[in-house]
Design a protein around this ligand. Sequence first.
Ligand SMILES: Nc1nc2c(ncn2[C@@H]2O[C@H](COP(=O)(O)OP(=O)(O)O)[C@@H](O)[C@H]2O)c(=O)[nH]1
Ligand SMILES: [Mg+2]
Length: 219
Amino acid sequence: MGIFDKTPTEIHIKTVMLGYCFAGKTSLLARFIHNRFYKTEATIGAAFVSKKIEALGKRVTLNIWDTAGSERYQSMTKMYYRGARAAILCYDLTERTSFDKIRYWVGELQENEQHCRIYLCGTKKDLIDNDTRTRAVPQNEAGIIAQDLRTEHFETSSLTGENVEAVFQRIGEDYVRNMHSYPENQPKQEDDTQQAFHIGKSEEKGTTSSCALGSCFKR
Ligand SMILES: Nc1nc2c(ncn2[C@@H]2O[C@H](COP(=O)(O)OP(=O)(O)O)[C@@H](O)[C@H]2O)c(=O)[nH]1
Ligand SMILES: [Mg+2]
């Protein structure tokens, strides 16, 4: 490895789960982490999980934040978004309301973290495979939104596992491919005004501490 190689030895990607409640966020995460589908209670018991994958020949750790029920209050804490490099924005393919909320979540995200890529994810595909009449969101409509927002679009099933790995794999690959464009991988400057900015930011009024994320609201 040469001195000009700025590739960090450890690659961590903060990923956040976003979307309307019951859209299937926790189930998607449970399928990815435990390769299981929990029919009645999708809780995996934590607001934060971590998994190592390989992407483009590099070991990457996905550090994934789930909402622990706080999405019901719509506005997430700034801490949730800060530093996120990927957002899995879930909507339920059989539930129109969850799809109509997409732009809301995109707005929230863009307001809070400009370096985050969005992965649009239509969940519960198995329900549609069983009965096509349950589809509430046409594929081309979701495709148009995805194009508009410059996001990837996936249709997944946490019940069968269809396409679940693919979402997380893509996150890893996109990050590795674009690694040098992120501020955390830029060469460090001693007199860093950006750092001062960040310190100021963290003391901003209304910023809630990370324990707000940990508090779990059971259904
Ligand atoms: N059939 C089916 N049901 C799902 C799927 N994903 C989630 N669900 C169900 O949808 C409900 C909400 O899922 P959950 O993961 O808790 O959504 P969250 O509120 O966004 O975290 C639960 O009853 C899940 O069992 C799926 O892929 N297929
Ligand atoms: Mg959940």
